[in-house]
Write a protein that binds this ligand. Structure first.
Ligand code: PLP
Length: 251
């Protein structure tokens, strides 16, 4: 008999503190009533505020973990977190889509940990448009959009990336309308406003938001509604305690 909940896969780094990466994604999937699977792209050593090291797993090791899951379960949405470089990511996406041509992919392009530790240093290059055309949604913050597009102005950067896929430009670091995310779908831009101003920071907040969107998409919601519901989820997590590791629950 099939499971009643939709199956969602996270391919992300293992952060043993559980604040970011795979463990945070699985907590989110579970709270949002999905059946969550997790494949490690890297093993990190860190706490909520101190990043010590990252050991990248080779593409073959990521594929070896994914294959039995994709064969056994009807995964419809995949969230991808930290990856070693763009060409590995493109190869992985091509392979995932050969397995499952209809799969929706949400990529959270984590380029550095909030403590400053650099994870990937991409620039605008030939691989990027090809890669972006294969995904459903990219969820950059301002800095990530600037680095990926090669443009300094954040709205221009997001518009350039939106030529290739849907973009959720996160407003946490925005200079104006702080906290408001902007969803770019083609030439349309939609503001997703925060429920509250001045929300405290948490380790892994981008991971939680992107995995909540992936869960909402797997539940069958349209993209804009998925982003709005996911924002509510992350806001509940951000205000769940006074520390950097969120408690997860549905408000
Ligand atoms: N994903 C993983 C596996 C990480 O280890 C990290 C951060 O260290 C992140 C994502 C990004 O989380 P944050 O921006 O809170 O550092």
């Amino acid at each position: 008999m099939a499971y009643e909940r939709p199956c969602v896969l996270s391919i992300a780094g293992l952060d043993p503190s559980g604040g970011a990466g795979l463990l945070a994604d699985i907590k989110t999937f579970e709270q949002l009533r999905c059946l969550g699977f997790g494949v490690a792209s890297a093993l990190t050593a860190q706490t909520e505020d101190h990043f010590l090291s990252v050991d990248w797993l080779p593409l073959t090791a990521i594929q070896t973990q994914c294959a039995p899951l994709l064969e056994r379960y009807p995964v419809t949405v995949i969230k991808i977190g930290i990856m070693q470089d763009l060409s590995t990511l493109l190869e992985l996406i091509n392979w995932l889509q050969e397995h499952n041509p209809g799969i929706q992919i949400v990529w959270d392009p984590v380029l550095a940990a909030s403590s400053g530790f650099k994870l990937m240093e991409p620039t605008w290059n030939a691989v990027l448009p090809v890669l972006l055309q294969k995904i459903t949604l990219l969820t950059p913050n301002t800095r990530e959009a600037q680095l990926l597009s090669g443009l300094d102005d954040a709205p221009e950067a997001a518009s350039r990336l939106a030529l290739f896929c849907n973009i959720l430009l996160k407003g946490g670091h925005a200079e104006t309308e702080k906290g408001t995310d902007q969803l770019y779908t083609g030439t349309t831009k939609t503001a997703i406003k925060p429920g509250r101003q001045d929300l405290p920071a948490k380790h892994g907040s981008g991971c939680i938001l992107s995995s909540a969107i992936a869960a909402q998409l797997a539940l069958g919601l349209p993209l804009e509604e998925a982003c709005r519901n996911a924002k509510q989820y992350i806001e509940t997590a951000l205000t769940s305690n006074e520390h950097l590791l969120a408690y997860h629950y549905v408000s």
